[in-house]
Design a protein around this ligand. Structure first.
Ligand code: HEM
Length: 147
């Protein structure tokens, strides 16, 4: 997949994840699934754990996409330092965020941790957005250089 579309897909999946997280928080569903990484129902969800389970599944998908985008940026010969830095920072933030998600559950939604979870989510989105913008710029440059 072209680097710009991979980055765009990552951004769309991440945005959906943040939307689901906001819903869980606002609806007070944060502790419906008290275990980590799986809910008590195991790999597949029951109705009771569905929203929390979806947040975790989409988080795992986001993690894989963010790492794939970083690898694509690091091996792309047209990639400059800026996109390598933003995609690498996105990887650092996504790993931190997933680890923090476990702590949020473990410490029973401690207010400081939930706030940090939101804050890192925003930093992660900013890095993925910048990576996407840089990736579209790179793709334009490589098309122009072929003409
Ligand atoms: C890339 C990974 C993740 C992102 C970007 C993300 C993002 C978010 C966001 C934006 C919220 C809403 C926060 C708020 O409105 O204050 C949220 C809530 C939440 N997230 Fe995540 N999340 C991620 C991974 C995880 C993981 C792996 C877990 C747990 C296994 C988790 C557990 C939770 C919980 C329990 C809440 C609700 C907190 C509450 O009830 O106030 N998150 N997440």
């Amino acid at each position: 997949m072209a680097i710009q579309y991979l980055a765009l897909a990552t951004m769309i999946v991440l945005y959906s994840l943040m939307f689901i997280g906001g819903y869980i928080s606002a609806a007070g569903l944060g502790l419906t699934c008290p275990d980590w990484p799986l809910c008590p129902s195991g790999i597949l969800p029951t109705e009771e754990y569905f929203i929390e389970w979806t947040h975790r599944l989409v988080a795992a998908t986001t993690g894989a996409l963010v790492i794939a985008t970083m690898v694509a940026c690091l091996i792309n010969k047209n990639a400059d330092l800026k996109i390598k830095v933003t995609s690498s920072l996105a990887t650092v933030f996504v790993i931190t965020q997933i680890t923090l998600g476990a702590l949020v559950i473990d410490l029973k939604l401690h207010a400081v941790l939930v706030s940090i979870h939101l804050g890192i989510g925003i930093l992660l989105f900013a890095m993925v957005l910048l990576t996407t913008l840089f990736a579209f710029r790179i793709s334009r440059i490589s098309i122009k250089s072929k003409v």
